[in-house]
Write a protein that binds this ligand. Structure first.
Ligand SMILES: [Ca+2]
Length: 203
């Protein structure tokens, strides 16, 4: 009898452990899914200190992944390109951003994005690799070669209105290329390309 009870309890414990284990990843994923504590630029850029759009430096190489591009940025100086008014590059086999080339392009994109206080959702469409960092936090990475792939919505909680540092590492190896940055502003149902009025870079 005792042995039977012991076996029964062991099954109950096992079932409970499995149930907890099954719930944990979901709970952790939900906790990690909302980004909080992004750091606004400090000091904030003064009125008139920012030029429109984002700055970009190009690295002309057939990268395989974002880490390889990072290593290049640590060793080589990129070629400055025309600033990017928005990130809405969905061009099939056309030119990558403002690089004038359609293949073998790495881009180190820098500037600021302006938020009001509230809960935003960002979304990134990429082909090939991309890493997005805002206010010192990496909010998204899809680092390897891939066809067009849209991220899940990336919830970002902003507690302080203002300009936040934005950095995007991106590369296109060959064939088609895409880099788009969308947001859904607080209390809106619709995603839209982040407008140029919310982007800037130091003159
Ligand atoms: Ca591609």
């Amino acid at each position: 009898m005792t042995a039977v009870c012991g076996a029964t309890f062991r099954w109950i414990y096992l079932a409970a452990a499995v149930a907890v284990a099954a719930m944990l990843p979901l709970g952790l994923a939900q906790a990690a899914d909302k980004f909080t504590g992004l750091e606004p630029a400090s000091p904030q850029p003064k009125d008139g200190a920012l030029a429109a759009g984002l700055s970009v430096d190009y690295y002309f190489e057939f990268f395989q992944d974002i880490q390889e591009l990072i290593e290049w940025t640590e060793v080589f100086k990129g070629e400055p390109g025309e600033p990017l008014a928005t990130l809405d590059n969905h061009v099939g086999q056309g030119d990558v951003l403002t690089s004038g080339r359609s293949n073998g392009v790495g881009a180190w994109i820098k500037g600021f994005i302006r938020f009001d206080a509230g809960l935003y959702d960002l979304q990134v469409n990429s082909n090939d690799g991309v890493r997005v960092t805002i206010g010192g936090q990496q909010i998204y990475e899809d680092p390897f070669i891939h066809a067009d792939r849209m991220s899940d919505p990336l919830p970002v909680e902003i507690t302080e209105a203002g300009w936040y540092p934005l950095e995007i590492l991106y590369f296109e190896k060959k064939n088609t290329s895409t880099l788009q940055l969308f947001w859904r502003v607080p209390d809106s149902q619709e995603f839209a390309i982040v407008p140029g009025s919310a982007l800037g870079h130091e003159k």
